[in-house]
Design a protein around this ligand. Sequence first.
Ligand code: PLP
Length: 296
Amino acid sequence: MAAARFALLITPAESTDEERADFSDSFRRIDPSAPALSVGELSTQRGDGIFESIGVVDGHAQEIGPHLQRLAHSALLCDLPEPHLEQWRQAAAIAAAECGPGEWVIKLILSRGVEHGPAPTAWVTASPAADFTDARTRGVRVVTLDRGVDSDAPARAPWLLLGAKTLSYAVNMAAIREAVRRGADDAVFVSTDGILLEAPTASVVLRLGDRFVSPEPGAGILQGTTQVSLFDHLRAQGHSASYERLPVAALAAADAAWLLSSVRLAAPITAVDGLAKPIDAELTASLNRYLLSPRD
Ligand code: PLP
């Protein structure tokens, strides 16, 4: 992703304020390359906050509703004040209007704010997306990596925030670096009891014969907006698409597999732990055509 070209600071509204229809006076456009946050920011000191990355295609912000719902869900899991979704929708629309043609990324960020400060800090940015043509057509090699938690951990230890999209992505980035050290492009996390989970920045979808399957969201993974959207599309086309508790071996054994996320979209998996996997170029191209079409 390129540097942000647009940034908007938001004074978060109370979620209970249902009367208000126009939030323009709660937004302040700022220079995206100038300093803007206090050094006491808990987002930078502790990664204590949540975010959403939304793909924008030719000015259309994709799946804005599901992204806002997930922002609210992450806020709930993190004991952050409930976001006023109409306010965030308006902020995202302003950011989308700043995106040029082609593919862009809008980020919605809600931080716990400044230590001992009165309120959360919130902002939105817009940046041109990186070029993911290679990942979408030539695919990605993955290695499976132990996440160090068992599949019961999300229920037993909700403070691990496994289903929230928090700003604490240092571990996810470390996993990608480890994957690169092992000669791959990306990682797929596996629970200590051998259950397939997700990639550090993407969901996993497998094709098993004529069925499409993805690991159950309850297993402590982020419910991917792209995967949900793709499953709706596949079902509308008469395919079976469902969630399953999948053993790690299912990934290598699958007829085809993809990493799915809002900006890279569908990246076919071409190798698992060094074992080559055939890619279905035609099907992948059709999935990406759908994912690039305007989606709400
Ligand atoms: N899982 C993780 C850990 C992610 O970080 C992401 C996206 O960043 C996803 C899954 C895919 O989510 P989405 O399709 O909403 O981008």
